[in-house]
Design a protein around this ligand. Structure first.
Ligand code: MN
Length: 232
């Protein structure tokens, strides 16, 4: 039997309503530009045919209610309110039916972003990692199991900073809905339990500063919050 040289901290597990055990995070995939109004505010055309993705390290996941320092290496840290879902069954090249059956749970998430570093990537044709794969940048609220849940439908998705509304949209504005994301992403990955997908943010993204309190919600799901403390 082999042992490791040292122990790594385990990524947080996400609470699931009605379950004693938490959902372990294996991978985090994020969809880019999945609301037309957000693509427009970022200066891009919507590509309705080809969704695209980036990833965040599971080690960078935290739970709702946390207070985190303003991150290093940015002067433009942005909030992105998102619907996240967790996979419950393995799928590869999924059909729509398989995709619909493979979702385990839904929840609120924040895709916190160093917008200036993301813009560097766009300008210079470099990866987005410095903008997106930021420590403590993947924030998750307790999830609700898909089984027995009402259809997602046109639920409101919203985010406030210090109580003032910044993002306010409905899930019916998603360009690629949840089954479509699974159908597409499973052409590239063997998806399964442990995979979390953030589905993209609506319009209204913007900067936060030390002292800000971010709150967000999606109708029928547990809300999310994050407090930004002074930089280290
Ligand atoms: Mn996002």
């Amino acid at each position: 039997m082999t042992t490791t040289l040292f122990d790594l901290p385990r990524p947080v597990g996400i609470p699931v309503k009605g379950e004693a055990a938490t959902y372990p995070i294996g991978r985090i995939f994020c969809v880019g530009r999945n609301y037309a109004a957000h693509a427009a505010e970022m200066g891009h055309e919507v590509d309705r045919e080809n969704p695209f993705y980036f990833t965040k390290s599971p080690a960078h996941a935290i739970l709702t209610g946390a207070t985190v320092p303003y991150p290093p290496g940015t002067a433009n840290y942005h909030h992105e309110m998102e619907l996240a879902f967790a996979m419950g069954a393995p799928v590869f090249r999924a059909t729509r039916e398989e995709a619909e059956a493979a979702v385990y749970a839904y929840g609120c998430a924040l895709d916190m972003t160093r917008r200036d570093r993301q813009q560097d990537g766009k300008d210079k044709g470099r990866p987005w990692d410095m903008g997106k794969d930021v420590e403590a940048s993947a924030v998750f609220a307790p999830m609700t199991r898909a089984a027995g849940m009402a259809p997602l439908g046109p639920r409101r998705i919203h985010l406030e900073v210090n109580g003032k509304t910044r993002q306010d949209a409905t899930l019916s504005e998603l360009i690629h809905d949840v089954p479509e994301i699974i159908m597409d992403l499973s052409r590239y990955y063997h998806l399964g339990p442990g995979d979390l997908i953030m589905t993209g943010t609506p319009a209204g993204v913007g900067p936060v500063v030390a002292g800000d309190v971010i709150t967000g919600g999606i109708d029928g799901l547990d809300p999310i919050s994050l407090t930004i403390a002074a930089a280290e």
